[in-house]
Design a protein around this ligand. Structure first.
Ligand code: 6AU
Length: 257
């Protein structure tokens, strides 16, 4: 019995052009892998992007940990993204009032709205945070993920928070393209579910991160895209390891079809 719609079918149902594009890439490149390139120098980040580029649909970065961030870097990253056909996700986790997040999104040294296809925010402040981000993001065709749950041990996200987050998303479909979480919130196939805290073997780190396998995330928790950081970036051979995660993720998805 078929449990889910294919990425291709989901692409055809989507209204938001960015969601359509991401499902299209997932279908074409046969990948539901997002690599988290959490490194502190631009050259290293660009090297990872080149290396894992063929295996991913999304590259997630934290621009604020780059020690040598400069205005040429986003252009270089965009070139690699174009070459390997993936989208760029700045994991800024906005969490302030609408006016402040608008400035954080568009100003400062990072000018995130100019280069990040995807951003994410905590819905905690209420609708104003999305209103603020939208003012800059919509006209550029950008999309936002709502952080509905966290992967960390002892996190304070209350039980009813994911439900409220889903409601929030439903009212901002012109900008919200999906969720970050540990389980699927709503069955709606036009939202993309991203799940971080993934490793080929279940484990944890010394700072509260908890990992589940790609198979567990995709088959039992309803993840569409798996986010893998150190499992790939700390591996001896990141390219081969990315290929391994890509296969594990895509096989887990294919078995549901
Ligand atoms: O695979 P790791 O543990 O090396 O990296 C996981 C990545 C990091 C975190 O900032 C991020 O995923 N993350 C996120 C988000 C929004 O992506 C949410 C969360 O609950 N847990 C988590 O690890 O770049």
């Amino acid at each position: 019995e078929r449990k889910i719609l294919s990425f291709k079918e989901r692409a055809s149902l989507c209204q938001h052009p960015l969601t359509k594009r991401i499902f299209g890439i997932m279908e074409e490149k046969k990948t539901n892998l997002c690599v988290a390139a959490d490194v502190t120098f631009c050259a290293k980040l660009l090297e990872i992007a080149e290396t894992v580029g063929p295996h991913i649909c999304v590259l997630k970065i934290h621009a604020d940990i780059l020690e040598d961030f400069n205005s040429e870097f986003p252009e270089k990253l965009k070139d690699v993204a174009k070459k390997h056909n993936f989208v760029i996700f700045e994991d800024r986790k906005f969490a302030d009032i609408g006016h402040t997040v608008y400035m954080q999104y568009t100003k400062g040294i990072h000018t995130i709205v100019e280069w990040a296809d995807i951003i994410d925010c905590h819905p905690l402040p209420g609708p104003g945070i999305l209103e603020g981000l939208k003012q800059a993001g919509i006209k550029k065709g950008r999309g936002c993920l709502l952080i509905a749950q966290m992967s960390t041990k002892g996190n304070l996200v209350p039980a009813n928070y994911p439900e409220a987050t889903a409601h929030f998303a439903d009212h901002h479909r012109d900008f919200v393209i999906g969720f970050i979480g540990q389980s699927r919130l709503i069955p709606d196939p036009t939202f993309i579910n991203f799940t971080p805290g993934i490793k080929l073997e279940e484990s944890s780190d010394s700072l509260g991160q908890q990992y589940v396998t790609p198979q567990e995330a995709i088959q039992n928790r309803g993840a569409d895209v798996i986010i893998v950081g150190r499992g790939i970036t700390d591996a001896n051979d990141p390219q081969a390891t990315a290929a391994e995660y890509k296969k594990a993720g895509f096989d887990a998805y294919s078995q549901l079809l």
